[in-house]
Design a protein around this ligand. Structure first.
Ligand SMILES: [Zn+2]
Length: 296
């Protein structure tokens, strides 16, 4: 495919008054086209503009011309990677636990009586066990007097330096996966590949888990959080849960049912999985994500 360039005018207003205009700008792009939003973000970033208000992209068209510098797609690559499954009505996350019921408290139809013609709202109602979707475990989940969702700090679950451990093809993930790695004070994300079975019966049986020895090693090394893209971080065939006991007992938070860990680099990125601040609950769904900013 021949190189494509986009040609356009722009009109940028500043929030503190004034503005600038540009005519007949040309930029190299990957592929066939680029949205106005992407173009606007690119020129604001590239020109290091501050206090930018409305940005209008005008008279946009494409030409074939040889590229002169790195294309826009390379320059503004996606930096956030979503590591969370979607929670929906009827989803079974954990065999034996009820699926969430997601419905209207105030339906859009019912709301019409409260507002002007054309103005409607929906207020949802969710009945759900707290172990649903991609979720975080706090010490309270395992220990009566452990910290609950309202008591853990953002430092324990937000913007943590992270490392990905590739443990695909193994069921009992031992200490040897973590030796020789830079893991102290980090979120350690264990990539098993099990997320491919999500929302199928295969997800519940024979899933990968950490051994007790691995959990003790992670505790001794002072990791901050451990995440896994599997059904449970513990072996669920017996009646003990040594990994939960070891990690949560040391205030090391756990995130289970992650996904997309195959998209992560080995290190050099940040991980976040922040739950709402609720008293008296020890687990809750999170929008877990990685920020690759600075890595690319
Ligand atoms: Zn758990």
């Amino acid at each position: 495919m021949p190189d494509k360039r986009v040609v356009f005018d722009f009109d940028i207003a500043f929030t503190n008054g004034g503005g600038i205009q540009g005519q007949d700008f040309r930029l190299d792009i990957d592929g066939e086209n680029i949205s106005d939003k992407e173009l606007a973000d690119y020129i604001v970033q590239d020109m290091q503009l501050l206090m930018v208000g409305e940005v209008k992209i005008l008279n946009k068209y494409y030409i074939e011309e040889k590229h002169k510098r790195a294309t826009i797609a390379t320059a503004v690559d996606e930096q956030l990677v979503d590591l969370s499954h979607t929670v929906f009505d009827g989803l079974v996350t954990y065999k034996g636990l009820p699926a969430p019921v997601i419905c209207d408290y105030l339906s859009r139809e019912k709301s019409k009586e409260f507002y002007e013609e054309g103005t409607t709202f929906q207020i949802g109602k969710i009945e759900m066990v707290t172990n649903t979707g991609t979720y975080l475990d706090c010490p309270f989940h395992r220990f009566e007097h452990g910290k609950d969702l309202s008591q853990i700090t953002l430092e324990q679950c937000a913007e943590l330096d992270a490392i990905t451990i590739n443990a695909t093809g193994t069921t009992a993930i031992g200490k040897e996966y973590f030796t020789g790695k830079e893991i102290r004070n980090k979120a350690v994300l264990v990539y098993t590949g099990w997320a491919k079975h999500w929302n199928t019966p295969d997800y519940f049986e024979g899933h990968p888990y950490l051994t007790e020895e691995a959990a003790i090693y992670l505790k001794e090394c002072g990791v901050k959080l451990v995440g896994i893209d599997s059904h449970n971080i513990d072996n669920t065939t017996g009646k003990t849960r040594p990994v939960h006991t070891t990690l949560l007992g040391a205030e090391i938070l756990i995130v289970e049912h992650l996904c997309n860990l195959d998209l992560l680099p080995e290190s050099g990125y940040k991980f976040s999985a922040v739950p709402p601040k609720i008293e008296g609950a020890g687990t809750f769904p999170v929008r877990a994500y990685a920020n690759l900013k600075g890595f690319l």
